[in-house]
Design a protein around this ligand. Structure first.
Ligand code: PAF
Length: 284
C-alpha cells in the first residue's frame, strides 16, 4: 500500500515508519515509462528493505512561461496508480502553499553551468529547480536521489549543488528512455497533436546526423551546428522552431571552440508552444 504524504508537516512523523536507506525520485507527475525507469533504479539502489519516495509537484517557480505551467498535464490519479504498481512506498504530493511561503526570499542560484542551453533560454528556471530539489532533500534527507539523463543540464547542475554545498546525498543519473522512433519520452509529448508527434523524431535524427560528422574527424563546431540545423528545419511543419542549438563541453557546459573533447550537442525545439529537448554526446 502506498502512503500518500500530503504536506510537509506530516513528513517527519510518517518517515519514522519507513526503513532506510531512502531513495527519492523527484518528479512533476504525468509519469511515463521514463519516470518508471527512475523509480526502478531507485528500488534497485535501496533494495526491498529500503524506501522509495516519489514526489509529485509541478513546481511553479521553475516555469518561465505561464502557458507552459497552466497546460502542464496533471493526471494525479493515474500517477498514484503507477507508483502503487511499482511498489513505491511513499508518494509526496504537496501543494504550493505547503512548500512556499508568500514572503519567501531565498533562492538557490548556480552561476556557471546554467549560463547556456536551457539556462539561457528559460531565465530563472534552474534557480527554481535547485530551490525545490534542495527543499526536497532537506525534507526527506534521502541517501540517494535519482534523476533522468535526458535533462542533462539539470543533472549536471544538481550534481554541482550537491558538491558545492556538501549535501549528504548520492545522485544517480539514469539513461533516457525513448519511443521506438527515437523520440525521448517527456510529459510534454502528450500535448503534441498526432501530426506533431509523427514529426517529432526529427529532433533525434538531426542530432544523430550531425554526430556522424565525427567519423570524418570534423573539429569545427559550426559544421556540426549547421548540419543539425538544416536537418531540424528541412521539411519541418510551419509551427516548428528551434529555441536553441548548441555544442558545449560535457563537463563545463560552455560552448566549445573545437570538437576535440567530449562535447554535447543539445537542442530545444518548439511545436507551437510545446517545447521538447534532446541532446547527444559526441565522444572524443
Ligand atoms: O525534472 C523534473 O521533473 C523537475 O525539474 C524536478 C527535478 C522534479 C524539479 O521540479
Amino acid at each position: 500500500m502506498i502512503t500518500r504524504i500530503p504536506d510537509v508537516n506530516s513528513v517527519r512523523a510518517s518517515l519514522q515508519k519507513f526503513p532506510r536507506p531512502l531513495a527519492l525520485v523527484p518528479t512533476m507527475g504525468a509519469l511515463h515509462d521514463g519516470h518508471l525507469s527512475l523509480i526502478r533504479e531507485a528500488r534497485k539502489q535501496v533494495g526491498s528493505g529500503g524506501t522509495v519516495v516519489v514526489s509529485i509537484f509541478v513546481n511553479p517557480i521553475q516555469f518561465d512561461r505561464a502557458s507552459d505551467l497552466s497546460t502542464y498535464p496533471q493526471p494525479l490519479a493515474e500517477d498514484l496508480a503507477r507508483c502503487e504498481a511499482e511498489g513505491v512506498e511513499i508518494a509526496f504530493v504537496p501543494e504550493k502553499k505547503d512548500l512556499y511561503y508568500g514572503d519567501r526570499s531565498i533562492l538557490v542560484t548556480e552561476s556557471l553551468l546554467s549560463k547556456h542551453l536551457c539556462g539561457a533560454s528559460r531565465p530563472g528556471h534552474f534557480d527554481g529547480v535547485l530551490t525545490i530539489v534542495l527543499k526536497l532533500f532537506n525534507i526527506f534527507q534521502p541517501e540517494i536521489a535519482v534523476f533522468g539523463n535526458k535533462d542533462f543540464q539539470q543533472l549536471a547542475i544538481i550534481r554541482r549543488m550537491v558538491r558545492d554545498l556538501n549535501l549528504p546525498v548520492q545522485i544517480i543519473g539514469h539513461p533516457t528512455v525513448r519511443e521506438n522512433d527515437g523520440l525521448a519520452l517527456s510529459s510534454r509529448n502528450s500535448r503534441l497533436s498526432p501530426g506533431q508527434r509523427k514529426d517529432a523524431p526529427r529532433i533525434r535524427r538531426a542530432l544523430e546526423a550531425a554526430r556522424d560528422l565525427k567519423v570524418n574527424g570534423e573539429q569545427k563546431p559550426g559544421v556540426y551546428l549547421d548540419a543539425a540545423r538544416s536537418h531540424l528545419l528541412a521539411g519541418a511543419p510551419g509551427d516548428f522552431s528551434i529555441d536553441y542549438l548548441e555544442l558545449v563541453d560535457a563537463g563545463t557546459l560552455q560552448p566549445v571552440a573545437k570538437v576535440n573533447c567530449s562535447a554535447v550537442l543539445a537542442t530545444a525545439c518548439f511545436y507551437g508552444n510545446i517545447r521538447l529537448i534532446d541532446h547527444l554526446e559526441i565522444r572524443r
